[in-house]
Design a protein around this ligand. Structure first.
Ligand SMILES: N[C@@H](CCC(=O)N[C@@H](CS)C(=O)NCC(=O)O)C(=O)O
Length: 219
């Protein structure tokens, strides 16, 4: 069976949701770089970056990187509809996931750990890094919203949330992206809320972020 290394309120929520949609058996190992326990050591063995989500496949191999994991599940379970069936739609889904991985998720890492990206040690320098990064993150989400529009079915992946929807909904939980989107790109903010509240998504997101009203704060 699959083993998902993840933690509450983290990026593993997108993969957990996709696994639920496939109906395949899986287990969760609660591990994170910020939790100093045995599971963290296990996570470090399978993913030296100690980042989650990390997924162990039934054959024992390891997948890291949310976009690669979500794409794996979409291809391994093609009937579930995690990606559009038509090649052009699938290409755009992959493009969207790589966009988020390249442009949005790294900003979250910088917001969470500015000290990794500067030799300055004073709080003012870290605050300046955070402020600049947050502004850039919001710009990246604006450009995402302008280029990736929901299909006629209401979601980025069609008539139900798919891999790209899950990834966008999870990563936009942080860095005040939802607050910004409500002002700047209200249709995109509404899409994200539609994804959150879809019956296939809400139970999983509800476990990760129990108080929906507090979702859009972030770093
Ligand atoms: N590039 C990775 C980023 C994953 C990531 O940054 N995950 C966060 C949790 S949401 C993490 O584990 N951070 C811990 C750390 O960097 O020490 C992906 O796209 O999945």
């Amino acid at each position: 069976m699959y083993t998902l290394y993840g933690f509450k309120g983290s990026g593993s929520a997108s993969v957990e949701c996709a696994l639920e949609m496939t109906g395949t058996p899986y287990r969760i190992v609660e591990a994170a770089s910020w939790e100093n326990n045995d599971a963290r050591a296990e996570l470090a063995r399978v993913n030296p970056l100690q980042q989650i989500p990390t997924l162990q496949l039934p054959d024992g191999s390891i997948l890291t990187e949310s976009a690669a994991i979500l794409a794996h599940l979409a291809f391994a379970f093609p009937d579930v509809g995690l990606m559009p069936a038509d090649p052009a739609g699938r290409d755009q889904s992959l493009r969207g996931m790589v966009y988020i991985a390249a442009n949005c998720y790294p900003c979250i890492t910088i917001l969470d750990y500015p000290e990794r990206f500067t030799t300055a040690t004073d709080d003012a320098a870290k605050a300046a890094i955070r402020d600049g990064t947050r502004a850039r993150l919001h710009h990246h989400w604006d450009l995402f919203a302008d280029q990736f529009e929901p299909a006629a079915g209401g979601f980025l992946s069609g008539d139900q949330p798919g891999a790209l929807d899950l990834y966008a909904a999870v990563v936009s939980h942080w860095g005040q992206a939802r607050v910004h989107a409500r002002q700047s790109r209200p249709a995109f903010a509404a899409l994200l809320e539609r994804i959150d509240s879809h019956p296939a998504v809400a139970p999983v997101f509800g476990r990760h972020w129990p108080i929906a009203a507090e979702l859009p704060t972030g770093a």
